[in-house]
Design a protein around this ligand. Structure first.
Ligand SMILES: O=C(CO)COP(=O)(O)O
Length: 274
């Protein structure tokens, strides 16, 4: 058991001063279909890394082609599973712990949808990768959501369902659980209280403006969350570097939403170099 390896990788992955996590994910093309904004992917990754996120999540083929020049600037998180536009509620494993180690990743991330008829299989897969990741000293992140076919759409944000998903991940040995924000700090506090581990949130489909996202991030932190892994909100915008820097100011420098917006506007429209 290489516990030291896991500790070293976690220290590289999480922000050294705050212990929080600002991740950006660019793994959506296979899961959700082609996005113009993820092309060319090399340029998009460079724009994201310029904002200094703690980690960037991608699939192995993209990592092999695009990540090497960013090593040392941010952590690679290898995505080990994907759903698809035709099967949005089933995450199938597509990469292994060995591949993550071979590619130099600081963590591996696995999707898992709970609340559906295939929950037993998806939990079994998560449990298996937890065993292998732990044996290799590799931190495990789970993208875990309550959106299986037994959960009606209007109950997918219900804190009890989100807390169930998060707790299931923690019980299986996941180090960082990524889930959805429940929409209010009061309900999200119950989610973070449901687990001893770190909880971060996804951005989801873009709804609302920059300010509402910054406010949600602040609320997640205030409710005991450890940060974010944002995809579309980070890269599906005019200036991913400015978005990541502004998010970082909230997560790592305790800036208010107003201050983060000022920074974002300066980066977008002013001439300052931060
Ligand atoms: O981690 C993520 C996808 O793997 C988050 O993506 P979104 O913010 O676009 O939901």
């Amino acid at each position: 058991m290489s516990f030291l390896g896991k500790e070293i990788r976690l220290n590289r992955l999480l922000h050294s001063e705050t212990g929080r996590y600002l991740g950006v994910a660019v793994d959506q093309a296979t899961a959700r279909g082609i996005f113009d904004e993820l092309m060319p992917i090399e340029r998009k990754i460079s724009e994201i890394v310029a904002g200094k996120p703690d980690g960037i999540t991608m699939h192995k083929g993209i990592a092999e082609k695009c990540f090497a020049k960013h090593a040392g600037k941010t952590s690679l998180v290898l995505k080990a599973s994907t759903f698809s536009p035709w099967q949005p509620n089933y995450d199938t494993q597509v990469a292994s712990v060995n591949e993550a180690i071979r590619l130099g990743a600081d963590a591996i991330s696995m999707g898992c949808i709970v609340g559906g008829d295939d929950q037993p299989e998806q939990l079994r897969n998560l449990g298996e990768i937890a065993d292998k990741a732990s044996a290799a000293g590799l931190p495990l992140i789970a993208h875990i959501y309550p959106r299986g076919n037994q959960i009606p759409d209007h109950e997918q944000n219900d804190w009890k369902n989100v807390a169930y998903a998060v707790r299931a991940g923690a019980e299986l040995g996941v180090d960082i659980v990524k889930t959805k924000y429940t929409g209010s700090p009061k309900t999200f506090e119950k989610v973070t209280a449901s687990t001893p581990g770190k909880v971060v949130v996804a951005g989801g489909e873009i709804k609302g403006g920059v300010e509402s996202y910054f406010q949600a991030v602040k609320d997640v932190l205030d409710a005991g969350g450890a940060g974010i892994t944002f995809g579309r909100f980070a890269w599906n915008t005019e200036n991913p570097t400015a978005i990541v820097k502004a998010l970082s100011s909230i997560i790592h420098n305790d800036r208010t939403v107003k201050e983060a917006l000022e920074l974002y506007n300066e980066l977008m429209y002013g001439n300052i170099n931060v």
